[in-house]
Design a protein around this ligand. Structure first.
Ligand SMILES: Nc1ncnc2c1ncn2[C@@H]1O[C@H](COP(=O)(O)OP(=O)(O)OP(=O)(O)O)[C@@H](O)[C@H]1O
Length: 317
């Protein structure tokens, strides 16, 4: 895992003003990261954190404003074409040709890479199988479900047999079952040695898929590591979630903050989170203090808790 396949140092993306009244906007504000061959690497953060801007720079479709970026040992500014030939891109918006058939979408995309008809044809058959769309090959894209379209977009991005696959929010808008099917396909690609780079604002997706990730907020990286490392560094083992009746939360928070020392207690609009080594012991203590939550839940800490600890906000507001 020491083989660095892409690296950024002090990477910045500043957009020009949208109109005369607005100022330039720095969406990516001096970030450093290194991607290793064969890993699944994630950019986790809320909307507007700068994830897509980073992905577009990696995809060589948006030039960095400052800093250095190397992808596959090359400079996107000078070798964008050569890099693009060896990477696959799954954009947030599927951008499929909805009036064409599933198979035709793959064939047309293959032509962009200058592949011969025979090669495209053979790869399309394999990719339809991979995407579990063989029985839909002749159907028009506009007849597909959202999950199928996503799988087709991924199949399309693989037509040039890329070494790196960039996926921008691959499962946003999909139902849980469609998300799990997609995760399974992405696991399969990783097993085949494809380096996966994805953005997400779903913490469960980041935990499931990513070997390593960076947490982004406001254009900066606020933490990086494996999901387990991040949780160990920024959260306690367990969390007690307490929900109170209308108007009762503020008084409960006061009571807890006075009585509890050493543990961190966070307040969200609809619940209190008590970060603690032993959730059950904390719940017993809450009862001893005379608190009467409507619901109490003990769970293990997650990346959502890491984000909250680092920024004071939840990932999905
Ligand atoms: N072309 C542009 N011109 C000006 N501002 C832009 C442009 N593209 C993006 N931005 C702004 O940059 C910020 C970061 O956008 P970006 O899409 O990189 O974030 P993100 O983390 O991927 O969020 P999302 O999940 O919404 O895509 C946002 O506030 C966005 O409005």
């Amino acid at each position: 895992m020491s083989d660095v396949i892409a690296q950024a140092t002090g990477l910045v993306k500043t957009y020009p003003p949208r109109d005369k009244r607005s100022a330039p906007f720095t969406a990516v504000d001096g970030i450093d990261f290194a991607l290793h061959r064969g890993e699944a690497f994630g950019f986790l953060g809320p909307n507007g954190a700068g994830k897509s801007s980073t992905m577009r720079m990696l995809a060589c479709v948006s030039p960095p404003t400052a800093g250095t970026l190397r992808v596959l040992g090359m400079d996107p500014a000078a070798d964008g074409r050569r890099i693009r030939a060896r990477i696959g891109v799954v954009p947030q918006d599927d951008a499929l040709d909805t009036e064409l058939s599933v198979r035709e979408n793959l064939l047309i995309y293959g032509r962009y890479f200058g592949l011969s008809i025979d090669v495209i044809d053979e790869r399309a058959t394999g990719l339809l199988d991979f995407a579990q769309l063989s029985d839909k090959a002749a159907e028009r894209v506009d007849a597909l479900s959202g999950g199928m379209r996503r799988r087709l977009t991924i199949a399309r991005s693989l037509i040039n047999e890329p070494e790196i696959l960039l996926l921008d929010e691959p499962t946003t808008g999909l139902d849980p079952q469609a998300r799990h099917v997609l995760w399974d396909r992405l696991f399969r690609l990783k097993q085949q040695g494809v380096t996966l780079v994805l953005t997400t604002h779903y913490m469960d997706e980041a935990e499931q898929l990513c070997d390593r990730l960076v947490v982004m907020d406001g254009g900066k990286i606020v933490a990086q590591g494996s999901p387990a490392e991040l949780i160990a560094a920024h959260a306690t083992r367990e969390v007690l979630e307490l929900r109170f009746g209308i108007g009762e939360q503020a008084a409960a928070l006061d009571k807890l903050r006075q009585a509890v020392t050493g543990d961190r207690i966070e307040e969200l609009p609809d619940r209190l989170l008590w970060y603690t080594a032993e959730g059950d012991a904390a719940l017993a203590a809450a009862h001893t203090l005379g608190l009467t939550p409507v619901t109490a839940l003990v769970r293990r800490s997650s990346l959502e808790d890491v984000f909250l600890a680092l920024t004071g906000r939840t990932l999905v507001d």
